[in-house]
Design a protein around this ligand. Structure first.
Ligand code: CO
Ligand code: CO
Length: 345
């Protein structure tokens, strides 16, 4: 029996995140633990927490899981694992160990789909050099899958949302549009090559991008997932106390993502992301509507957004291209803080 995971979900991948606005309302009532060894916590809305063990070593801890973003269980496993591991790369760390987090409808789907999903996760983790050493599964519909990942980082070489400085260029390592393309697939209006390209990008580890980032001692970075390029840029601007200008015309897009907006294909998550940012953004007069909505498109396993001192930009970019990230490009810059944290032009 062929399993089509997409038939089981309303929205999958990082689009299934609780809207950022609601999440922040809840999180502000949670007291943050205080411990001098906690180097990064949710205060800066970073991709992972970081805990100092000694002067040479800190642990990077993160977890992500979500409902299916594609039909095939093996591919879903690969994407979920690549996405979970990405948060360690975004912090400048080396992912080392992981645990599976699984929700699976034991009666609703053949167990072979469960096995395929885990195999996809295992293969992707192996590619990243990550050993999966355990996990936990509960019976639940629809299925959800992801990892809790532990990585290592030198305490003085952590990259965070707070590391962007005025004058830095912002480089994005993968094109945008996975949310729109996968929504279009459900509507039956996505072109097959675009679906394949979106899946290839979601499966692509941020490992090579992170290696280049380390070579240039980058301290400001994040990865683009559920809150979209603009949402994650805003989190970076806030944590770094700068303004960020995104030049939307420079943002690389997957296939026909732009024209799919004309066909009314805008996932609900894009509007929620826009609403979350609304009070902190300024839009250039006459800003292209499609580009604006794509900037808020929820990405699953999106690229790294790297804040680079201007003088290193060209060399870093050419290293990214040599590493196979051919669409990596400058999409904006960090500026001294002005009236808004985020400018879209
Ligand atoms: Co992240
Ligand atoms: Co995450």
């Amino acid at each position: 029996m062929t399993v089509d995971l997409l038939k089981l979900v309303e929205y999958g991948g990082c689009s299934a995140k609780i809207p950022a606005k609601q999440l922040e309302e809840i999180l502000k009532f949670l007291p943050l633990p205080s411990d001098p060894n906690i180097l990064v916590d949710i205060d800066t809305h970073d991709d992972a927490g970081v805990y100092r063990i000694n002067d040479e070593l800190a642990l990077v801890l993160t977890t992500d899981f979500f409902p299916p973003v594609c039909s095939d269980p093996y591919e879903f496993g690969q994407i979920a694992a690549a996405n979970s591991i990405s948060d360690v790369y975004a912090m400048g760390g080396d992912p080392v160990l992981a645990l599976n987090i699984v929700m699976f409808p034991a009666k609703g789907l053949p167990l072979s789909a469960y096995a395929d999903m885990l195999k996809g996760g295992f293969d992707k983790a192996t590619e990243a050099g990550v050993r999966i050493i355990g996990g936990h599964t509960i019976d639940d519909t629809p299925p959800k899958y992801g990892l809790a990942v532990v990585g290592f980082v030198h305490p003085e070489r952590i990259a965070t949302n707070a590391g962007a400085h005025p004058g830095d260029k912002l480089i994005l390592t993968k094109p945008v549009g996975t949310g729109i393309i996968m929504a279009a697939q459900r509507m039956g209006i996505a072109a097959e090559p675009d679906i394949e390209e979106a899946k290839r990008l979601m499966k692509l580890l941020n490992k090579s991008g992170a290696e280049v980032m380390k070579k240039y001692n980058i301290r400001g970075a994040t990865d683009i997932t559920g809150f979209g390029l603009a949402g994650h840029a805003l989190k970076m601007a806030r944590a770094s106390k700068v303004s960020i200008n995104l030049e939307l015309g420079c943002v690389p897009l997957i296939g026909k993502a732009y024209s799919l907006v004309d066909e009314g294909c805008i996932p609900g998550a894009s509007f929620r992301n826009l609403e979350y940012c609304e009070n902190e953004i300024s839009l250039a007069p006459g800003l292209d509507y499609n580009l604006k909505m794509l900037a808020f498109d929820a990405q699953t396993s999106g690229g790294l957004l790297i804040s680079v001192p201007e003088e290193k930009t060209e060399a870093l970019l050419s290293d990214l291209h040599s590493a196979g990230l051919e669409s990596a490009t400058v999409v904006g810059e960090a500026l001294a803080m002005d009236s808004k944290h985020l400018h879209l032009s």
